[in-house]
Design a binder for this molecule. Structure first.
Ligand code: FAD
Ligand code: SF4
Length: 476
């Protein structure tokens, strides 16, 4: 009989709800070995092609069964410099785990019993961090004096730091320019610490400085420094500026007080330390009847953060409700995040479409007028379209709303560079084979190209761009 997947330890709801501590623990060595030995080392391992950066999953799992931790680290590091980050936040159930032989064919996402590849990857990354394992990466014999080349990366999210990691391993000088005061992009300002502790994030990014990567924070390219100045100094530029602009519902009353975009709300908590109340007195309103609108990862993060914000501000009779236009089946958020949100007490109302925000005499939001929906035919995303039901209007009471219905291209840079071609949504247009933009030797990748995506997809685009840059320089 097949052994079931080894489940990780998690904080109980009582242990986690009053703080921002990491919820899911990593495997112990014993648990790791139990899980690694469930892998049947397939002849034709589909898990590898299921990983957007094609980590040799079969090999690193075998190395783990042999307790060859350095070897496993080398195997992963060759393809991905951020195992502790990806092991925590990659949507593996739609990627490597979905392709694992233990998931039945045509299943929309991974079976419970697929090998828990991300937790094994996390084990390796955490082991490397705890034991200060480093690697002297020099992938190819250098054919030229690569130190003559200089590359600038704009933004420090997963796409840019991947480019920096790939190129610096070839001895190229990479400088990263980040608008915020801290590195990591969404990993830093968006994803809460209970999913991705900041020591883990910063450790893996800072390892790049061993390869000579230099980071410049608080630099907005297009404002603080012009794109054209960088163009004069660097042999190639990579743009990884992400999709940081919120999408709004564009309904009446949306500018009322206490209606936040999820990005602003999460930034106030993650970067402005609202999670450290009372040590920090960050300007943020903490509602009692909070409503989060949306069904993706951002909505789940916002809801779970909002719940914790109520508790640390001693609001013990508060409530957080997620409104979503479709049903749970169509929610794009990771299943594990939906489960965690439910366990923690987040309530859900499905098939509901907000049509107007209602304000009180002081201009503060006090209610949301909504319509009930039913599911119609599938739309261009393949999911069944929500169709509002006539005369189904009702009002939900609220005192704080977080709008988390999507993100759009951050156009601060592209607005200042007229030669840079973008599409109607502001995403930068690239040659999909090379990731080169309409400007020669200027590349782009991540959410600024593909729209809101995933961390590993952004990394995969970064890898492709780095390869093209190396080819352009004649180094591979
Ligand atoms: P980003 O991470 O957006 O980074 C772009 C960086 O560029 C930012 O730091 C920004 O400040 C900087 N920048 C912008 N303009 C300039 C400029 N002009 N000059 C200098 N710097 C600039 N994906 C997953 O796979 N798993 C998850 O669990 C997950 N959870 C998420 C939760 C939230 C709340 C959000 C918002 C997204 C989540 N995602 C998740 C999606 C994922 O984080 C993104 O797809 C990914 O971060 C995109 O990477 P990127 O490098 O393209 O850009
Ligand atoms: Fe192991 Fe699953 Fe990959 Fe097969 S597909 S090698 S069982 S992780």
């Amino acid at each position: 009989m097949k052994k079931p997947v080894v489940k990780p330890q998690e904080l109980t709801v009582e242990q986690r709800i009053n703080n921002f501590a990491e919820v899911v623990s990593g495997y112990t060595e014993e648990e790791m070995l139990q899980e690694a030995t469930r892998c049947i080392q397939c002849k034709n391992p589909k898990c590898i092609s299921g990983c957007p950066v094609e980590i040799n999953i079969k090999k690193f799992i075998y190395q783990l069964t042999q307790k060859d931790f350095k070897g496993a680290f080398e195997t992963i590091y060759e393809k991905n410099r951020f195992p502790s980050i990806c092991g925590r936040v990659c949507p593996a159930e739609y990627q490597c785990r979905k392709s694992c032989v233990f998931t039945p064919k045509n299943s929309p996402y991974a079976s419970e019993n697929a090998i828990n590849i991300p937790l094994l990857e996390r084990y390796v990354g955490d082991y490397a961090r705890q034991h200060n394992l480093t690697l002297n990466l020099n992938f190819q014999p250098l054919t030229k004096n690569t130190t003559n080349y200089k590359v600038a990366c704009i933004g420090s999210g997963p796409a840019s730091i991947t480019v920096a990691g790939e190129l610096s391993a070839y001895g190229i000088q990479v400088d990263v320019f980040e608008a915020l005061h801290t590195l990591g992009g969404v990993l830093s300002y968006g994803i809460p610490t209970f999913r991705l502790p900041r020591d883990v994030l910063h450790y893996e990014i800072n390892l790049l400085t061993n390869y000579g990567v230099k980071f410049y924070t608080g630099v907005i390219v297009g404002r603080t420094i012009s794109f054209y100045e960088l163009k004069k100094t660097y042999d190639a530029i990579f743009i990884g500026t992400g999709a940081g602009a919120p999408t709004w519902l564009n309904i009446k009353g949306e500018s009322l007080i206490n209606i936040y975009s999820a990005n602003e709300y999460l930034t106030r908590v993650n970067l402005m330390h609202a999670d450290k109340f009372p040590q920090y007195h960050t300007p943020i309103n903490v509602g009692k009847k909070i409503v989060v609108i949306g069904g993706g990862n951002t909505a789940m993060d916002a809801a779970r953060v909002a719940l914790r914000m109520q508790k640390i501000n001693s609001i013990n009779d508060g409530k957080v409700t997620v409104l979503y236009r479709r049903t749970e089946l169509e929610m794009p958020a990771r299943k594990v995040e939906i489960e965690h949100a439910k366990e923690e007490g987040v309530e859900f109302q499905f098939l509901v479409q907000p049509i107007e925000f209602i304000g009180d005499k002081d201009g503060k939001v006090m209610g949301i007028k909504c319509l009930r929906c039913e599911l119609g035919e599938p739309d261009e995303s393949g999911r069944r379209r929500p169709v509002p039901i006539k005369n189904s209007e009702f009002i939900i009471d609220t005192d704080l709303v977080i709008v988390a219905i999507g993100l759009q291209a951050n156009q601060t840079l592209s607005n200042t560079v007229s030669e840079l071609k973008t599409n109607k949504w502001g995403d930068i247009i690239v040659n999909p084979e090379t990731m080169e933009t309409s400007i020669e030797n200027v590349y782009a990748g991540g959410d600024i190209v593909g729209g809101e995506g995933t961390i590993i997809e952004a990394m995969s685009m970064g890898k492709k761009a780095a390869r093209s840059i190396l080819q352009k320089f004649g180094l591979i």
